[in-house]
Design a protein around this ligand. Structure first.
Ligand code: SF4
Length: 307
């Protein structure tokens, strides 16, 4: 198989058409996964203007994500590789095997600005593959050595494996580790994020990071109408974040961008036909939930929305 030129939203041209890669089948806990090794042309990605990424630079050492969230905004990035946005995205994980050596070289380049780098914008840096490849850890070590600020967004407590590197990095640069936790409702979590660690384990990881003095918090998103938006559900997750010593970064409703929209709605049609009809009405004219619904979420959580 040969790659065609890749060009994703925040990662332009990754590989040339003739670059070789070796597929590697997972074993043990990862026997349901296939890893596609590639040599990336670069690791530090400049974010195009207009992107909603929190910084100008991102690093994503994997593509695809075994957390397999039904609503995942990043699914369309797999299409650029000639893979599908459904099962391929969940199970065929692209691994940039040269990520650590490449990022070291790019950080050493005198033209590098030293700006903050965000990880977790397009795939989870602590998905299951990271236990095997340890590429995120290697990237963190390289950033720490250069006192380069960074932020991490993850759904996995595996991040605490690297607490030693993160703590050391935080002594010389601004560092934050944040979690994505849409709900603590076990039924909703199992249905919508079937490959991700239990959200309570994310709360525990947050508490561990906070106790170690690391800036940490959570984005409560995406909130799914009629699934995870009740006052009790919202207050439960917001209260758990606060009790763990984390900051609430925001509450965000489901966004159905093109591509994701079709995948999510197909999933919902099979899971709950009545709710599917409800979502078709709610998202009939826009991919975004209306502003008044966001206000409602904050009010149900017992908070005032700051604009
Ligand atoms: S953890 Fe993030 S990147 Fe991974 S499937 Fe879920 S939403 Fe997508």
């Amino acid at each position: 198989m040969r790659w065609r030129l890749a060009d994703a939203a925040d990662e332009p041209a990754l590989f040339t058409a003739d670059e070789l890669f070796l597929p590697d089948l997972g074993t043990g806990r990862m026997s349901d996964l296939e890893f596609l090794h590639i040599t990336a042309k670069r690791i530090l990605n400049h974010v195009p203007s207009g992107s909603r990424a929190p910084t100008n630079w991102t690093i994503n050492v994997y593509r695809g994500c075994s957390h397999a969230c039904s609503y995942c905004f990043a699914r369309p990035t797999h299409e650029y590789l000639g893979l599908n946005i459904g099962e391929d995205f969940d199970r065929k994980i692209v691994v940039k095997i040269n990520a650590v050596e490449k990022v070291r070289a790019e950080l050493a380049d005198p033209r590098w600005s030293g700006e903050a780098v965000a990880m977790g914008t397009n795939t989870d840096p602590y998905q299951r593959a990271e236990a095997k490849y340890r590429l995120t850890r290697g990237v963190l070590e390289a950033l720490a050595e250069r006192a380069n600020p960074f932020s991490i967004l993850t759904k996995s407590p595996l991040v605490t494996r690297d607490l030693d590197v993160i703590t050391q990095a935080a002594t010389s640069a601004e560092v934050s580790v944040n979690f994505s936790i849409g709900t603590l409702d076990e039924r909703v979590w199992r249905a919508t994020e079937p490959g991700s660690p239990h959200p309570r384990r994310r709360i525990d990881a947050m508490a561990k990071l906070a106790a170690a003095g690391i800036r940490t918090g959570a984005l409560v998103a995406p909130i799914l109408p009629a699934l995870s938006d009740s006052p009790a559900q919202l207050r439960e997750v917001v209260g758990a974040i606060r009790d763990a010593g984390g900051r609430l970064l925001g509450i965000g409703p489901l966004h159905l961008r093109p591509g994701v929209r079709e995948h999510f709605l197909n999933w919902l049609r099979d899971a709950d036909p009545d709710l599917h009809a409800d979502y078709l009405r709610r998202y009939a004219t826009s991919d975004h939930a209306p502003g008044r619904y966001v206000d409602l979420l904050y009010s149900r959580a017992g908070l005032t929305r700051r604009r």
